[in-house]
Design a protein around this ligand. Structure first.
Ligand SMILES: [Zn+2]
Length: 273
């Protein structure tokens, strides 16, 4: 599943090739993904120019010149692919966006995902979007911001890191090694952590996501140009390595289920505090 490194990469690529282009039409083949009627989607986007494409947590946001915004979530996974010319367009897709110069992009959801149209004012109202927290690549994600999430709280660290209204962009993939780098058990509670633990955790979040970004994101995900990232299974320390030796101490890595998600950890390096 795409997380911050992959989403930030794709939104950057979209910005690079779509900004300044005019939308000719948006064709919707999976109406349950959109938040307005198909005709309305078409009318509110036709002839608008893409001003900028950014990401907001795990959502991609295309700001249009007429005060509208197209928002795309990957749901459980999606192929979002650019086509420079009509001939290279993937026909099997749920959504197709055509630009006036003949280029465009297609969206194919692996299972299900959202494709919303919101006005500038609507961005502040829609519950999916309005509450999204800063992501660790943003300058707003300071140590002070991060530390404040836990003051006076007794809460499982992993729950906070996956909560998109607290920290956006992290999913159940990169969190495995973030906790390993920090020496924290997946069930670690914030109330028994020292200041130093929070500092290491904050640093680990940034380093882990940066490491993947440098390698072009996850090797199982395609970018906007159909290229796969370079961050593969070998790049994980303990994530998805159940039964293999811990790279630090050799203890066998275990997998447990906590709060509905799988967690991989080294029972020796990641003891509960
Ligand atoms: Zn270990």
């Amino acid at each position: 599943m795409a997380e911050l490194p992959e989403i930030a990469k794709i939104s950057g690529q979209m910005n690079q090739v779509l900004a300044g282009k005019k939308i000719q039409k948006v064709a919707i083949y999976q109406p349950k993904s959109i938040n307005v009627k198909e005709g309305e989607f078409f009318c509110r986007t036709a002839d608008a120019t893409v001003v900028q494409v950014t990401n907001r947590g795990k959502w991609i946001v295309a700001h249009l010149s007429n005060g509208e915004n197209i928002l795309l979530s990957f749901g459980l996974g999606a192929d979002v692919l650019y086509f420079p010319t009509e001939q290279e367009r993937k026909s099997q897709s749920h959504i197709q966006v055509f630009m006036e110069d003949g280029s465009g992009f297609t969206v194919r959801y692996w299972w299900f995902g959202w494709f919303f149209l919101l006005s500038d004012a609507g961005l502040f109202k829609d519950p999916h979007i309005r509450d999204i927290a800063p992501d660790p690549f943003q300058k707003e994600f300071t140590y002070e911001y991060f530390r404040n999430l836990f003051w006076g709280k007794k809460i499982r660290i992993k729950t906070v890191l996956l909560d998109q209204s607290k920290v956006s962009g992290i999913g159940n993939m990169y969190i495995q090694d973030i906790l390993f780098r920090s020496g924290l058990h997946p069930d670690q509670n914030s109330s028994t952590m020292e200041e130093e633990d929070f500092k290491i955790l904050y640093q680990s979040i940034k380093e882990q996501l940066e490491k993947s970004r440098e390698k072009g994101g996850c090797a199982f995900e395609m970018d906007f140009f159909g290229e796969k990232g370079g961050f593969g299974l070998d790049d994980f320390y303990i994530g998805y390595k159940e039964g293999e030796p811990c790279p630090r101490c050799g203890t066998l890595i275990q997998k447990i289920r906590l709060g509905g998600t799988a967690s991989y950890f080294c029972p020796n390096c990641q003891k509960k505090k």
